[in-house]
Design a protein around this ligand. Sequence first.
Ligand code: SAM
Ligand code: SF4
Ligand code: SF4
Length: 392
Amino acid sequence: MYLVDPPPARYRTILIQDARERHATSDVPLLLPQGMEHLATQEGAVQDALGRPWHDLRISVTDQCNFRCRYCMPKEVFGRDYAFLPHRALLSFDEIAHLVATAVPLGVRKVRLTGGEPLLRKHLEHLIATLAAQAEARAVPLDIAMTSNGSLLAAKAAAFRSAGLGRITVSLDALDERIFQQMSDADVSVATVLRGIDAALRAGFERVKVNVVVRRGWNEDQIVPMARHFLGMPVSLRFIEFMDVGQSNGWSMAHVVPGSEILERLQREFHLTSLAPATPGETARRWAYQAQGAPASTAQTEIGLINSVTQAFCGDCNRARITADGQLFTCLFAQSGVNLLPYLRGGDATAKPLGRLLRAVWSQRTDRYSEVRKDVSVKARANKAEMNYLGG
Ligand code: SAM
Ligand code: SF4
Ligand code: SF4
């Protein structure tokens, strides 16, 4: 990625101007390295410099959240005086729809609406309906998904479903109220989140994913109770290793509960059967689990481990992220993104070849932070963008 200015400490204010724009001409505004000029005019699905296709686009619709999860937006950093993006800086639904329409011909088949807490953005069902209609009009299968903390989901699940949302993931780190409160640092109960999950199932989502971030010393004792609670339900649990995203969550390797340990804890309690990957680039290693000694015919529930720290999966990584103010990041751990605003907003934006920019950015992508984490310099660790800004 070209980086002209040193990355600023706060991400929202910035324009990460990249060399492609600086050297722009009106027609082909991208300055591609010698020998790669052909990339700007190619058509069809795009691959990055390591041969990875682009399949997944995560869209942060707001950087704000009604939770202050200690591993994501600790109150000490994201306090009352924290300057979130002003509303006018957020991409409009039309701008997001234009971006998605441009990304689909490059191979994107899945969009995930996230944040911050996406349900803080009003009328999100309108965006979902637009994306679904756009995909239908072009006869392109587009998987529209969302990740939410579940606190406001009960009232919206049916509207999202009928607008065309295909999948919903709800984050819930503990069933124990005290542990949940300590981790989420918000005035929302476990029961409220569980009601959100129930509402989603009643609204017709066949299966709800439940994300559990496991952080040493906080909630590893919740792994088995959570698996027990959801056993037999159309819920897929995802245990996620605590990651070193951003600068604020005080991450250390000592806080990571390795997926191997999570697996051992589950195996002591349940009978697990390994499942093959359902999709290319899948981040979770999946198992079906059932009570020990239960007949094989007993309904099984799915569990997945996202071992992003101890077993990096950069080799298959097909995800890009767009921040709420229109910066494109090709890695969760990147320090900078590419500013898409000039291609999405303003008088002559529609004349600018957004598709070519996206193709060039993805074609040059070499990110593999998790694979090289140990060797990453202190400088490269500094100023990583925060998760609420990037979109998880
Ligand atoms: N607010 C929504 C939620 O919590 O579901 C969506 C945004 S949140 C950033 C997306 C996902 O990232 C959540 O499942 C959250 O648990 C996860 N996450 C946030 N910080 C993390 C960290 N440091 N390590 C691992 N997962 C993290
Ligand atoms: Fe908010 Fe989600 Fe981050 Fe928790 S993980 S603070 S719910 S954005
Ligand atoms: Fe993808 Fe970056 Fe995560 Fe590797 S570290 S899996 S490249 S987002």
